[in-house]
Design a protein around this ligand. Sequence first.
Ligand SMILES: C[S@@+](CC[C@H](N)C(=O)[O-])C[C@H]1O[C@@H](n2cnc3c(N)ncnc32)[C@H](O)[C@@H]1O
Length: 258
Amino acid sequence: MNDPRSPAETTALWQRLASASVLLDGFHALKHALRFGAAVPVAVTADRHAALALADELAPDVRSALEALLTEVTPSAYAALVPRPHPTAVAALAVRPAREERLRVLGRAAREAPVVVLDNPRNLGNAGAVIRLAAGFGVTGVVTTGTLDPWHPTVVRGGAGLHFATAVERLDVTELPPGPLYALDPEGADIRGLKLPDDALLAFGSERSGLSGELRARADQLVALPMRPQVSSYNLATSVAMTLYHWSLTATGVPGGA
Ligand SMILES: C[S@@+](CC[C@H](N)C(=O)[O-])C[C@H]1O[C@@H](n2cnc3c(N)ncnc32)[C@H](O)[C@@H]1O
């Protein structure tokens, strides 16, 4: 199949859409976004042959979508469209899902999987890693409080385009969805003695200062991950990983499995 648009048309479309769109940086981000239903109006590559060969090898399920979407542009035109060229030389723009739709998903009365709450996270890479975990465990959504934009391009890059597999939103603590709130803190009750319900909110503190007073006040229970006394804390994303794994051991609807 031939390129769907000319390079000049593609570049013009990109420039018109870029500021209001989600940047999908690299082959894997585009692959995941397509798999989870993102609307992708434009995609470029500096090497269409190599991108489609990667699809044959790693993602035959989205190969035909990629073939229809990807326009080859020169390496310099590609580099001019992205902040940092990706090793796969692929980039695309996706339509950001409507906030109302994400709020509807997060606020559902009978959730079958928890919502992860990151209380004022500071590190964009951590936020991306958590969204990737949330997607893998089939979590309902990831809510951040504070000023970090969970749709920042660096977060989307860290999340490998998996923002489209879960509901990602920024909210105030007062706006959190209903449900029992378990806040992770080294001073809490040992997680190994607890069953985390499917409709739980699982909250994690900031890398710098831990859980805010406001979040603690909303918490139903503080929960601790096992840790030797001389160790102060775990990294935020690894704490989320351990907690979701613990939830998955007793959850009813976790996807996948070997
Ligand atoms: C890097 S830690 C925060 C460290 C911070 N300096 C503090 O004073 O709490 C980020 C978050 O990971 C979670 N966390 C880290 N280690 C934990 C543990 N052993 N038990 C429970 N939660 C933990 C907590 O939610 C914590 O707020």
